[in-house]
Structure formats: structure tokens, C-alpha cells
Design a protein around this ligand. Sequence first.
Ligand code: GDP
Length: 476
Amino acid sequence: EAITVANLAKQMGQKAGEVIKKLLLLGLPASINQALDFDTAALVASEFDFEVEKVGFEEEEVLQTQQDREEDLVPRPPVITVMGHVDHGKTSLLDAIRKTNVISGEAGGITQHIGAYDVKLENGHVVFLDTPGHEAFTAMRARGAKVTDIVILLVAADDGVMQQTIEAINHAKAAEVPIIVAINKIDKPNANVEKTKRQLAEQGLIPSEWGGDTTMVEISAKKQIGIDELLEMVLLQAELLELKANPNKPARGRVIESKLDKGRGPVATILIQEGTLKAGDIYVCGVNSGRVRNMFNDRGKRLMSAGPSMPVEVLGFSGVPNAGDQFIVLTDEKQAKLVAEHRSLKLREKELTRTSKVTLESLFDQIREGEIKELNVILKTDVHGSQEAISDSLLKLSTPEVKVNIIHNATGAITETDIMLAAASNAIVIGFNVRGDSKVLELAEQENVDVRYYDIIYQLLSDIRDAMVGMLEPVF
Ligand code: GDP
């Protein structure tokens, strides 16, 4: 359990400077916002005739759950994100799927946009996240939230594989999420399915009818062609993944969307990942805690309980949580509050100290300490020619200790999406003859992502090589 110097000083009614001085005399130089461990805090406090009491608790202990037994696990619906190049039909596909989602006889209700929706099919459910695109997908991942089981990659058959198609493929691959391809707009006269498949094969997605392992379905989102087949393929893929969860325990999930509603207060959509959420449950969610005052499904229907993979809108938060926050049901209200408080303290500390992501400077230490076995690289270059030359040479730098992995390789300026992919995948970003604008650099700073610019290939390669063996000259 840690306490900052500033906080300790305040609690003892001392000036922080005095505490820092004492620490220095003890041979423990510290800054005002530095967190002290229990022993150090106790030592310096005793110098002021104070005793430090251990009141902390291990969050992990409180949040610990038992391993599920195999017999408790039951199949759960897959959660899908739709990705693809702009205008290739993501929104149209989500709409088309919503329209097929009319089960006769069920008290319908009007579709509510809560961030995700559940499609009931004859032989199962499929849950779709409402915010399509690899940007949203990777932003969630950068916050530690893995909610997507399968990616549907949309490629318009008239346009073929485009820049954002390739980005989407690389983002899904970096997350190790399987891809099902939907070749869209086959109703268009200039649709060229064969050519689209060839381009996809060039990106490593080989259609199963060519002996590869990527399922490709031809559809028209606009004319509602092939939608049922696509959903069938999703269910089939889900079966292969053996997606299972234990519904018979307190719920855990992730925040998909959140807002402050004028009339209802903080509202968040939770995607339940395991267990069953019940009305009245007590929970902690990020730095917030609360009790499920009310919950609704994607048709605005009030629910008493909801199981794995279900998206539910929950009311009863102490504040608005962040998308990606983990949601955990606890049995004890005091405990929930304690965890939330503890977390906001830790969050403040984390903002001050910053988490250690991979940088070229720290790379060697991280390799030596066994923290890193792969150096993930995002490479952006000005022209295609240098792109291939550099990536080939980079891959050859791999050693038995550390493998160089190029998770995204494209021409063009460094974008915010590149930074988020780097943050989610613990990668460094290299710009060769290209840069990122000030907004991009700000984000990189915030996400603690190492961005390097080069205009000489030799320099680039020698820096990476030096970094891998701990010989990189520091830059001041
Ligand atoms: P998004 O940017 O990926 O969300 O793409 P949209 O869903 O907004 O679609 C872009 C445009 O393509 C719209 O004008 C759609 O009507 C059109 N579109 C989408 N799917 C199809 C399709 O299957 N056939 C045809 N002909 N047009 C489509």
C-alpha cells in the first residue's frame, strides 16, 4: 500500500518540504508526488513521532474469483465488431442486421441505441457493437478491454481493398481476433468479387475456397442479400472458438458506452462477460461504485437479470464511468466503495508516474528482465519502396532473445490510430520521412508511446540494433 509524500506530510501536519528533507537525510531522495511504500513511510513518519498504520488492502484479493469448473461453463453468444474502409457499408450492414432481427411474436419495443445490440437467430444469438471501425476497437483495447470475439471485415466489391481495409486487418491481427470477410455491394454492376479476393489474399486472408482459412461471404447490405448466410458463418466461427462463460456467479463486464443523462443521471452500457447481473447488485466500475437501480436491454425493456455477452444499460452509478472500464459485482457495499477509492488514489499516482511502455531506451532492460520477448513496430514511410526495404531489414534484426514484429506497415503520415494501436500492442512507432502532426504527438505523449523519426535507413537500423543490445546512445 502506497502513500504519496504530499499526502503523508499533510496527514502529519507537516510541510512536504520537511518530509522530503528527512527522506534525503535518510538517504532516500524523493519528490513530492512520489509514492512511498509502507516501510519507508513508517520510517520517515517515526522521525516525526508518528506511527503509520497499515489500512490498505490488496485489491486483487478482494476481487479474486475462483477458477470456473469446466462443467459450469456454458456457450455464450459471440460479440462482433464490424470494420472496413470508409463508405464500404459498415453502417448499412449494422442497419441491415437490425432489420433481420425481428422475431415474430416477441413484444418488440423500439430499438434503442445503447452501444450494442443482440440479434436473435433461430439457432443462437449474435451481439454487435454499435460503433464500427478499428479506431473504436483499438481504443477499447488500449484501455485493457478485450470485448470483441470476431471481426467482420467489410470490403466493397467495387472498390476492393483500400488503405483502411489494411489497417483494419492489422488491428484485428494485433488483437488476435479472427476475421470473417463480408464482400459487400455485390449488387453493383462494377462489383468485382474475384479481384477483391485476390487483393485480400495479398494481405494474407486466403479464402477457404482457395484452400485458405478465411471465410468470405458475398453480400449486399443495401439489398439485404447474404445477410443470413453471414450471420450463420459468424455462429459457426463462434462454435469453433468455443466461447463459454459461467452464468452462475456475480457478473463482470466492460463499459461499452456511457453518458450523463439529464433526467436519469450517469448511465452506462455494460457488456457482461461472465456471470449474471441482477437488479440491486452492488458493483465497482473503474473509480466509481454503485448499485444496479435499473437495467434495460437494447429494446428499452426493463430487465431483472442478464447473462454473459448481453449488453445492458445500467442506472445507478456514482459518476460517469469511462468506456473500457471493468465492471465487477461485489457482495459488500463497503468493499465496493473501498475498491473505488483505492483505485482513484492509484489512478492519480499512475497519472503522475506514468506506466512504463516500451521505448527504445528501456528496451534492453525490459528484454533483460524478461518483460519483453518481441519488439512490436509500427512502420510508416513516405513511399512504398522504402517501406519494403526497411521492413525486410528490421525483421532481420531479430535475435534469439527478441523478435522484431511489424504489426502495421503503411505509407503516409503517422495518425492517431497508429498511436492507439501502439498503445494497445505495446509497440513503438517509426516514421521514415513522415511525421505526425501536433495532435498525434500529444496523444503519443499521453499514451506514453515512443515515436521515432528517421530519414536515413542506416541510422534507423543501427538505432534499433543498438537498443536491442543496450548500446543506444541517450539523446538529451
Ligand atoms: P460506412 O462508411 O462504412 O459506414 O458506409 P455506409 O454504410 O455509410 O455506406 C456508404 C454508402 O454505400 C451509402 O451510400 C450506402 O447506401 C452504400 N451502400 C452500402 N452497402 C451497399 C450495398 O450493398 N450496395 C450498394 N449498391 N450500396 C451500398
